[in-house]
Design a protein around this ligand. Structure first.
Ligand SMILES: Nc1ncnc2c1ncn2[C@@H]1O[C@H](COP(=O)(O)OP(=O)(O)OP(=O)(O)O)[C@@H](O)[C@H]1O
Ligand SMILES: [Mg+2]
Length: 233
């Protein structure tokens, strides 16, 4: 991301942010409510257009490409509010996501989908309609759906939101077990999860890049404490 910016009318949600993720990097993105974290994720996923700046992915300028093109290049994501097909079974949600653009299943698609469901702990509910799953299970399903697209970059928007403590622990295990070849950009308010997961942490505040550092640096940073002052992360 080079000088990335996004305005909504008079409001600058993201202002001149430049970040670089390495292949396979575990990066967390933190900051108070309204800092611009989801906006940044939506810009990278391609669902939202920047009003300034450029985005490169795998050496290619993808700024003008839509979300579907970027997904095919290897950008996967989950949403702050889980987005799955309620009337399809968990297994069918993963199958639909893993199909080729022209609608055919990949060879071995069903086995692969079952494997992915098992990897997020949902093998027992493969046949259950997604709408009948718990909130935590829908979050896990969204992760399996994102992985079915075989991403090289995975964007996760608050995967721990609304999860009970044992589910957060399960999620931490799932994140730790994701393939090391997939770069991950994790937006999260759950700081224990962030600190256990990230190689580096980027702090946003009021749309601006405040600091990027290792976990020990971030924990010790007065700027980070100031950015979070008055909010309950
Ligand atoms: N579609 C929109 N129209 C107008 N303003 C928006 C829109 N989406 C976001 N904003 C504003 O842009 C700013 C950044 O929002 P964003 O959702 O990116 O924050 P966030 O860091 O993800 O916050 P949270 O932690 O609450 O999810 C906020 O002031 C928000 O109100
Ligand atoms: Mg958000």
């Amino acid at each position: 991301m080079h000088g990335l910016g996004r305005r909504y009318g008079d409001l600058t949600a993201l202002d001149d942010v430049s970040l670089r993720l390495e292949p396979g990097e575990r990066r967390a993105l933190i900051g108070p409510n309204g800092a611009g974290k989801s906006t940044l994720l939506n810009l990278v996923a391609g669902g939202l257009r920047p009003t300034a700046g450029k985005i490169h992915f795998g050496g290619r300028d993808v700024t003008s490409l839509g979300a579907a093109r970027r997904a095919r290049l290897g950008v996967g994501r989950t949403h702050q509010h889980p987005a799955v097909w309620s009337s399809l079974s968990a297994l069918d949600n993963v199958l639909v996501a893993g199909r080729r653009p022209w609608g055919r299943l990949r060879p071995g698609g069903r086995d692969r989908a079952r494997e992915l469901l098992a990897s997020v702990g949902l093998d027992a509910v493969a046949g259950t309609h997604a709408g009948a799953l718990s909130h935590g299970q829908r979050r896990q399903l969204e992760l399996a759906v994102a992985l079915a697209g075989e991403p090289r970059l995975l964007l996760l928007d608050e995967p721990a939101a609304g999860l009970a403590p044992p589910e957060v622990e399960l999620l931490a295990g799932l994140l730790a077990a994701l393939p090391g070849t997939v770069a991950i950009l994790l937006v999260e308010h759950h700081l224990d999860l962030v600190y256990g997961f990230a190689d580096r942490v980027t702090v946003l505040h009021s749309g601006r890049h405040v600091h990027t550092g290792t976990v020990p640096e971030i924990r010790a940073s007065p700027e980070v404490a100031a950015a979070y002052a008055g909010v309950a992360p």
